[in-house]
Design a protein around this ligand. Sequence first.
Ligand code: IMP
Length: 208
Amino acid sequence: MERGRAQRGAEFVQVAHERLLVLAIPVNNVRPMQEGEILFTREQIAKRVAELGAQISNDFAGQRVILLGVLKGATVFLSDLARHVTVEATFDFVGISSYRDKSESSGEVRLTKDVDESMEGRNVILVEDILDTGLTLSYLIKIISAHQPRALRVCTLLDKPARRQVPVRADYIGFEIPDKFVVGYGMDYAERYRNLQEIRVLPPEAIG
Ligand code: IMP
């Protein structure tokens, strides 16, 4: 009898759970992301990030650097890159608002979080997930240059040169990619998919 009650209880919980899941899908607008073509696997990314870290370590041998990440997309890249930088490194972050829940830029760039410390006399490596139109980085380069850093370099994991609207060149580039909207490894579509381990092309059915 006790077992019967326990079983009925378990069945109730199971049914309630299934109903909640069914309800949760439309409410949260969750769409699966398995179909997007993989552009770079975790292994390919890890290999290239290690190479970039080695290059930076070599260029700044015997010096200190600040890894200045652009929130939020560059956080995953920065945390992996930093562990391949063998010179003394500190972190700082800037917040930028330009893309709002869309795969198209509004064209307007706004600073939502400034640096915590002055960049004066420091070796600053601006770390970005993707260089697209160039509007974000040209804006940031102007702001950081005003601090009069000792050196200012740009490190981007991805570069979409075909989309450039303003002339910006990165000093360290992980991969050049065609004009496709990508997600994963920190990059989002409407704040989603940042936690994918690989970089995928956003499929049209995921846009909603
Ligand atoms: P830009 O100012 O047009 O160069 O854009 C830079 C920012 O746009 C990046 O930091 C990303 O946040 C976002 N972005 C551009 N292309 C993509 C993409 O394909 N996927 C996700 N975010 C993108």
